[in-house]
Design a protein around this ligand. Structure first.
Ligand code: ATP
Length: 388
């Protein structure tokens, strides 16, 4: 099965040995996947420098789309920024949505999720929202960006700038990369190309010297915090070193709130890292005791309030789910997306479907609930007297 395609060529393209490739197969790090008739290989984990989410299209070219690299986090602004960057630092807003790579392979546009699946929902939306002529002229590029807005199936979060009345969803490019090497264009070049092809992109908030960057970032973070926005990503103008991220107190709390709504499923993974971020922020921002106590109160509320609310709901007989509302052009698109969610092993339930009239024609509005079984089941069991 594995030898049905040219392993030599794949190994060469990825700069791996055949032995390594076979190791990746046998460890199930490299797996076959399929979307409609399109066959791909997918890296489920990072492997010898090949990012998780890297996809190889099993066509004649064996087109490679590298995974989007991890963005490391600054825990302190000073001296981290000064140590990491070369000279200037571009401060960009970090948008809170989901990461998408858009590519054109054999004349077809695909939107890949962070883990390397072709997402039918996102593929349809980007084809609709964007004029992707750029990928005819530069088929070696991938457009990396954030899909944001409340009507999305992964990170539903409202953004006023992408509101179209019946749908809150939009896409902003934050990086253009060579898809086979993962090399980023310098920020100016990315912006020039986006302007030329009329594509939406994340605009720099400021460009500062690395020595003073911590002061500017702190000011920007405090402003974004008040506006209920996520944070910043700091970048080298030439993308010569990797970007780093830093998020607001607001985001730390929002993350905890959503995790503790489904606390037996998500609580553990979220808690420690958020609390540590808050600890270092409180130290670095030289808070007064009163400010620190307010932070502690926010944190405590973000954890306890959603947890007790969930216990209450389950106690009164409800099965709690995370609901998202999506807009589809047709029943067929809706069914295709449900199949995709099942393939992603998500346990879902359809809560509501209705036809809506929009200026773009009749659409389907569906409310889908993602079920967290562990949270529901464990709560019931403790309420019934099970011992921990
Ligand atoms: P990782 O830490 O591995 O990158 P994660 O899922 O924990 O993954 P996040 O904490 O959300 O990631 O932060 C990184 C992500 O932020 C990027 O993958 C990207 O999707 C998103 N992002 C939003 N805005 C920007 C921006 N302006 N520049 C770069 N990335 C951005």
């Amino acid at each position: 099965k594995v030898s049905a395609y040219d392993l030599n060529k794949i190994a060469e393209k990825l700069n791996l040995s055949i032995k390594d490739l076979n190791k990746a197969f046998s460890r199930k790090i490299l797996r076959e996947d399929e979307y409609k008739e399109i066959k791909t290989l997918l890296f489920k984990k990072e492997f010898k420098g090949i990012e998780k989410g890297t996809v190889i299209f099993l066509n004649d070219n064996l087109d490679v789309v590298r995974g989007y690299p991890k963005t490391y986090r600054a825990i302190t602004l000073y001296p981290t920024i000064k140590k990491h960057f070369i000279d200037k630092v571009v401060i960009e807003e970090k948008l809170n949505g989901y990461n998408i790579r858009i590519v054109k392979i054999d004349g077809e546009v695909y939107a890949l999720t962070r883990s390397g699946y072709i997402c039918p929902f996102t593929t349809k939306k980007v084809k609709k929202f964007l004029n992707l002529e750029i990928l005819d002229d530069y088929s070696e590029y991938m457009l990396c960006g954030e899909m944001i807005g409340i009507n999305n199936p992964y990170t539903p979060y409202y953004y006023k700038e992408v509101d179209r009345g019946f749908e809150n969803l939009g896409f902003y490019i934050f990086d253009i990369k060579e898809r086979e090497t993962n090399k980023s264009l310098p920020i100016k070049e990315r912006i020039n190309l986006c302007e030329k092809y009329n594509l939406p992109y994340v605009k720099p908030l400021a460009v500062v010297d690395k020595d003073e960057a911590h002061i500017h970032v702190r000011e920007i973070i405090e402003k974004l915090n008040k506006e209920g926005r996520e944070g910043v990503v700091l970048k080298d103008p030439d993308m010569a070193v990797s970007p780093i991220k830093y998020t607001t107190h607001y985001t730390q709390c929002e993350d905890l709130k959503s995790a503790f709504t489904f606390f037996f499923d998500l609580g553990m993974d979220f808690l420690f890292s958020r609390v540590v971020r808050e600890g270092f922020m409180s130290y670095e921002f030289k808070e007064t005791l009163e400010e620190r106590k307010n932070r502690a109160k926010d944190l405590g509320e973000a954890i306890l309030l959603p947890m007790v609310e969930t216990i209450n709901k389950v106690a009164s007989g409800e099965r709690v789910s995370e609901d998202f509302e999506l807009i589809f052009d047709s029943e067929e698109d809706f069914d295709e997306f449900l199949d995709f969610m099942r393939k992603m092993k998500m346990v879902i339930t359809i809560k509501n479907i209705e036809k809506i009239d929009t200026e773009e024609g009749v659409k389907i509005k569906a409310v889908i609930g993602k079920i967290y079984n562990k949270t529901n089941d464990k709560i019931i069991s403790y309420l019934n007297g099970t011992l921990w």
